[in-house]
Design a binder for this molecule. Structure first.
Ligand SMILES: [Zn+2]
Ligand SMILES: [Zn+2]
Length: 231
């Protein structure tokens, strides 16, 4: 018989950031301090000044998704939290991170309007290596019962995107995504939310969105827990 141990983080424990105890995984003080909503571009989620809805780059060349929302800047202290979630094998952080993403401006609305929520896929090879897809864990918390990891597939994993320039990232992800032909019909004229853990330049999300557009998706909202902001 198989037992799945409940995640320790489901119980009141220590705040991951300030180590307050007992506290939630991310305590209210740390959330207020480090996850305060920032004014961001409607289309790419980069910070914009007051009164601006779309950044200049998105006005010149709109990204292939319609909207983009993120919870936090990919900077201290979130880099450590995400590393723990993604690379140090702590899938138990998914509920806390998803909760923060769900509370970001407009995210609940975007999720409510989309019948399909698609996690950014890992290649079979990467999935085997890591044991789980962090984006899928987030998506499943955000939209239980509406998360479809079977539609969008990663057919190729180039060099890991970390450490690459924007141009290299764009080249690296070209043609990396495909749709499962058996289910692609489900996407026709649909509204979907695409979920990732970290958005750096947005190259992967954009490439995935292009594949979805080709399959006839009508509206795409990209969600990521954290976004790298220009320094
Ligand atoms: Zn704290
Ligand atoms: Zn923008």
């Amino acid at each position: 018989m198989l037992f799945r141990l409940p995640s320790l983080r489901a119980w009141p424990s220590q705040c991951l950031i300030c180590h307050a105890w007992p506290a939630r995984t991310l305590c209210a003080d740390c959330v207020a301090r480090f996850a305060a909503p920032t004014r961001r571009c409607d289309a790419c989620a980069l910070p914009v000044p007051a009164g601006v809805t779309r950044c200049g780059a998105c006005l010149r060349e709109p990204p292939p998704f319609d909207r983009c929302r993120v919870a936090v800047a990919y900077a201290w202290p979130w880099v450590g939290c995400v590393a723990r979630f993604k690379f140090q094998q702590d899938p138990g952080l998914a509920p806390a991170l998803a909760e923060l993403l769900a509370a970001a401006p407009d995210v609940a609305d975007e999720l409510a309007q989309a019948p399909l929520v698609l996690p950014m896929p890992l290649s079979a090879e990467r999935l085997a290596e890591r044991g789980y897809n962090p984006a899928q864990l987030l998506a499943e918390r955000l939209a239980p019962g509406r998360t479809r990891p079977d539609l969008l597939l990663r057919v190729r994993h180039g060099t890991p995107q970390r450490g690459l320039t924007r141009a290299e990232r764009l080249r690296n992800v070209r043609g990396a995504f495909a749709l499962d032909a058996r289910h692609a019909g489900a996407l026709q004229a649909q509204r979907v939310v695409l979920v990732d853990d970290v958005m750096t330049t947005g190259a992967s999300l954009a490439e995935a969105a292009r594949a979805l557009r080709t399959a006839g998706v009508a509206h795409i909202t990209a969600l990521a827990f954290a976004r790298t902001d220009p320094s």
